[in-house]
Design a protein around this ligand. Structure first.
Ligand code: DAH
Length: 347
């Protein structure tokens, strides 16, 4: 037998056996891929065996070719079997690694809290609701006419100056008060009426412990055939009694508003200093909670009511101030900092 032929068959057998051992020894599909290249690729020992072909006779060539093909097929079969085994094993490992234990307790998600101002607004609206008041919301961006003119405050009226107004174009404003909602409500309803109108108000003024450029108001309005100043006083006193509890001193102080006559401001004894004067009450000992008065006949006329037949009272109170005075909060600015440690205390 031709030595070269025999040598080639021996090398093929060695390469085949080595390849099968290598396949069996692989531990991962990545490793298997390397083995595939090394033992079945063009440069593999199995392929290299065919280099002697040119020096063999026809019969030997045929035999060697068949033997090489058989060895390759055997190696490929072993490779693909191993690929399946390793692939399955790797998938199992991945599943095990990614396994989720659905019986584990969940991650706790912190509860939210209601803002103390919102709590006060709800409480005051609740008190008014139990007195028979309807709740109505006007828009934050309001016609100048509604915010001023129809409230008996024409252009150049000095009362406009004390409300530093944010203008939105030529004819609209960010409402400086919730009072324009009175106009909207009266235009849409006939007496007798009782309405509470909550919402934010805006004034272009400097902030301090008891002033903000955006603050909340609750407007109240009652129009009927026989509404008197004593009804107003009784209503506002009752709101304070229920909201603050018994024994908090309140007072009415004469004041001026263009849309009411007579007018009064409502004060409460400062809960921080109990009347001696401090930063929270601006040294007064009392803190203003809102304005009020008997609806001016011009306002009633402006919405088509007859001031000879009906009368009314109105008020605009500040829940920010109520909240401060209820809980002894010394600075209004805390309401806008959104610090959960502050907000959480009221729930
Ligand atoms: N709108 C007034 C203000 O913001 C408060 C006010 C006073 C409202 C008297 C009223 C009222 O309804 O009758 O300063």
């Amino acid at each position: 037998m031709n030595e070269e032929f025999k040598g080639a068959l021996d090398r093929l057998e060695a390469a085949r056996a080595e390849g099968l051992d290598a396949v069996a020894a692989t531990l991962s599909t990545a490793e298997l891929e390397n083995v595939r290249v090394q033992y079945t690729g063009k440069k593999s020992n199995v392929s290299q065996v065919t280099q002697v072909m040119g020096r063999l006779d026809a019969d030997e060539r045929k035999q060697l070719g068949a033997a090489v093909n058989a060895a390759k097929t055997e190696l490929e079969t072993a490779l693909s079997k191993r690929q399946t085994e390793l692939g399955r094993r790797e998938q199992e490992q991945r599943f095990e690694h990614e396994r989720v234990d659905v019986t584990l307790p969940g991650m706790p998600y912190p509860d939210g809290y209601r803002h103390p101002l919102l709590l006060s607004v709800r409480e005051i609206l609740g008190i008014l609701g139990r007195m028979g008041y309807d709740v109505f919301e006007g828009p934050d961006v309001e016609w100048e006419r509604y915010n001023f003119d129809l409230l008996n405050t024409p252009k150049h009226h000095p009362a406009r100056d004390v409300q530093d107004t944010f203008w939105v174009g030529d004819e609209m404003v960010l409402r400086t008060q919730t009072s324009p909602a009175q106009i909207r409500y009266m235009k849409a309803h006939q007496p007798p009426i009782r309405a509470a109108m909550p919402g934010f108000c805006y004034r272009n003024e400097a902030e301090d412990a008891s002033h903000a450029d955006r603050f909340y108001q609750i407007e109240g309005l009652a129009v009927d055939t026989d509404i008197r100043l004593t009804d107003l006083k009784g209503t506002l006193t009752e709101i304070c009694r229920v909201y603050f509890g018994e024994g908090r001193r309140v007072r009415f102080r004469p004041h001026y508003f263009p849309f009411t006559e007579p007018s009064a401001e409502l004060d409460i004894e400062c809960s921080v200093c109990h009347g001696t004067g401090c930063r929270s009450c601006g040294g007064e000992g009392w803190l203003e909670l809102g304005g009020s008065g008997m609806v001016h006949p011009n306002v009633l006329r402006a919405v088509g009511y007859d001031p000879e037949k009906v009368s009314g009272f109105a008020f605009g109170i500040g829940p920010d101030r109520y909240t401060m005075m209820k809980y002894g909060i010394t600075d209004l600015r805390l309401f806008r900092e959104d610090d959960l440690r502050f907000i959480a205390q009221f729930n």
